[in-house]
Design a protein around this ligand. Structure first.
Ligand code: RIB
Length: 327
């Protein structure tokens, strides 16, 4: 059953993939053939995952992306259509649909091989259509973007969002596609620890890497920085200081798509004008729910489940060297 529609529209721009997923008993990496089980084919891609969860949380959602003219396109899109996501803004381009091969070891820390395919094959026509859709967004609306698409497409979307005064949440994955000139044009950015360290120019192994990286991203011009931490929590930085949001303990079955759940929930909460600290709690609760099941979209929660988990998500507020997480 589709969720009732709440006020506010989300535009989700980025990767749309066909995911092929298996469980393995050891981390891939050796030259040996690994035996795998629990094979499943799913809809995936960061923008698709964000769109799916935002719709499940009750908003009108428009997905903007590219798929190929092949049978994998329906694997990527059918679950979204069934959930009520508008996929009219997904263009068909020559070549194969984006494909992710995902292996999930017992600790749930997934290993992904991504062939971006159509996600990197935007036509001029597709780019222009996406621009027009963003420019015609009726407020309240918010644009979520990931970087598994070419940087010039992201840049054009940021121009279109600016023309419409649309707030933007950026998931900077792939981090090497991010132009620092984008930072002042964003409302929020949601890197994981490695991406934050790469963008902030700090060593991810440093004890306070997340804090220093988040502050550098803030200094670069993004008002709200949310660094997704490996334990499922997040570090939040804004002009008034920051907070460490701790995830409740949970058995991790599969971390695939948990970061996308975080970005989707954060975008939804900001679209609903929740205070940023509450948005962070909501996002941590969503990503916590998302690691409890196998596969990305099939494990995404509804509002009731998120609210149950959110009650166990704690925020430690603080600032500067006195911040509890900076010690
Ligand atoms: O974040 C998980 C997603 O990353 C997968 O669905 C896969 O398609 C890749 O884009």
């Amino acid at each position: 059953m589709q969720a009732a529609t709440r006020r506010g529209t989300l535009y989700s721009l980025g990767s749309v993939n066909a995911d092929f997923q298996v469980r393995v008993e050891a981390r891939p990496g050796s030259a040996e053939t690994l035996q795998a089980h629990h094979f499943t084919r799913l809809s995936g891609g960061k923008a698709a995952n964000v769109a799916f969860l935002a719709r499940k949380l009750g908003h009108e959602v428009h997905l903007l992306g590219c798929v190929g003219r092949d049978d994998l396109a329906s694997q990527a899109l059918d679950a979204l259509v069934a959930a009520g996501v508008d996929v009219e803004g997904v263009a068909r381009v020559p070549g194969p649909t984006g494909t992710a091969m995902i292996a999930v070891p017992p600790d749930g820390k997934k290993h992904i091989l991504l062939a971006t395919n159509a996600n990197d094959a935007w036509s001029e026509q597709a780019a222009d259509a996406a621009r027009q859709r963003i420019e015609s967004a009726a407020p309240p609306a918010l644009l979520a973007i990931d970087c598994e698409i070419p940087a010039p497409i992201v840049a054009r979307a940021l121009d279109a969002a600016a023309a419409r005064a649309l707030p933007v949440v950026l998931d900077p994955s792939f981090a090497d596609r991010v132009d620092p000139a984008w930072l002042p044009r964003l409302l929020a950015i949601t890197p994981n620890l490695e991406e934050a360290a790469q963008l902030g120019g700090v060593d991810p192994q440093d004890r306070d890497a997340a804090v220093r990286a988040a502050r550098r991203l803030r200094a670069g011009g993004t008002p709200l920085v949310f660094v997704k931490l490996p334990d499922g929590g997040c570090l939040f930085e804004c002009g008034d200081g920051g907070a460490l949001i701790e995830a409740p303990p949970v058995e991790v079955v599969d971390a695939t798509g948990a970061g996308d759940a975080f970005t989707a929930a954060l975008a939804v909460a900001l679209l609903e004008e929740q205070p940023p600290i509450e948005a962070a709690r909501f996002a941590v609760a969503c990503s916590t729910c998302a690691v409890r099941g196998y596969g990305s979209q099939p494990s995404y929660p509804d509002r009731d489940e998120v609210e149950l988990v959110a009650a166990a998500v704690h925020a430690k507020a603080g600032d500067g060297a006195d911040a509890p997480w900076a010690r």
